[in-house]
Ligand binder design. Structure first.
Ligand SMILES: [Zn+2]
Length: 312
């Protein structure tokens, strides 16, 4: 026996039962009218095309399964395979490529690619609460990744400099262990400050390196600690950015090893994936099974905004 021998990875009825236990932990709810009672299960019958997991609401008389209104709704692959993919994407530190999923799940590459994006959407946190509430420590740093093909390099030699790369701003709340990453267009102080103010509480202790864009943060936050990397410094006591550098190294290894080519239009989903795994890591008390369950809990109420046909 292993984790992978769990029935819900192999049997569709068990997969529905598992997903229902996560999504409807407080009881079945009709996705059409919101009713929580008078809901009956309809016995599956392939001859009459009655699907597994079908329910009927006694109030609005509509039928539904647990997939209705979630990112899994229109996926045409067995639910047990979608649960396998969710487990694979949430358990490894660096993620799984669409090519690996295509081979492991024995589905087409296109199906695997699209399924991975559905799961990334499930991992996307809708949480907008600021970091550093109550005077906590928040580390802020930026990193550069891939090539932003929407930018024309001006006099920059190929492969040098950062102007042509995607710019990723990241925050880590040292006390809660949470991470938040976002693609930004510019690293100028005037462009970054509104983003930082929207994501970090004014009473926070903000930790950055000596980069110019962070020079005046003490005007906006209770305290600004600066690590002078240029002077060979790694930190002084609680003034350091070691936590966020650790999260970046996982992110960069994953993006390099697993997701080599990532267009700008999809980058935010990969960020959501790394942010999710980092926030829900073993050090914050979340094991692989629980992490997978939390991702499944995130499938509700989200939609992918692009059509199946846009899959490259
Ligand atoms: Zn209803």
């Amino acid at each position: 026996m292993s984790v992978l021998s769990k029935p819900y990875f192999h049997d569709e009825a068990a997969a529905f039962a598992h997903l229902e236990s996560v999504i409807w932990a407080n009881g079945v709810t009709c996705p059409h009218c919101g009713a929580c009672d008078r809901i009956s299960a309809i016995k599956p019958n392939p001859a009459k095309r009655v699907r597994i997991g079908l329910k009927k609401c006694g109030h609005c008389k509509k039928q539904f399964t647990v997939k209705v209104g979630t990112v899994f709704e229109h996926a045409r692959i067995p639910l047990n395979k979608m649960l396998q993919a969710t487990y694979l994407l949430t358990s490894g530190k660096k993620g799984v490529s669409a090519h690996q999923l295509h081979r492991l799940l024995e589905v087409t590459y296109k199906t695997a690619w699209f399924l991975a994006h559905r799961i990334r959407e499930a991992m996307r946190s809708g949480d907008l609460a600021p970091f550093g509430v109550g005077g906590g420590f928040v580390e802020v740093d930026e990193t550069f990744i891939g090539t932003d093909r929407t930018i024309k390099p001006h006099g920059e030699k190929k492969g040098r400099g950062y102007a042509h790369k995607h710019k990723v701003l990241s925050l880590v709340d040292r006390d809660t262990g949470r991470s938040r990453m976002m693609v930004v267009e510019s690293l100028k102080a005037a462009d970054l400050l509104p983003i930082l103010k929207a994501n970090i509480a004014a009473e926070a202790n903000v930790m950055t390196d000596e980069a110019g864009q962070y020079a005046h943060l003490s005007d906006s936050f209770a305290r600004h600690g600066v690590v002078r990397h240029g002077a060979g410094e790694y930190g002084r006591g609680e003034i350091h950015t070691n936590t966020i550098e650790g999260s970046f190294s996982i992110f960069k290894r994953g993006m390099k090893g697993v997701y080599q080519h990532c267009g700008k239009q999809h980058l935010h989903r990969y960020l959501a994936e790394f942010e999710f795994r980092y926030t829900n890591r073993v050090a914050t008390g979340v094991n692989d099974g629980e992490r997978s369950k939390r991702a499944l809990g995130g499938i509700v109420g989200k939609r992918l905004l692009y059509a199946d046909s846009s899959v490259a």
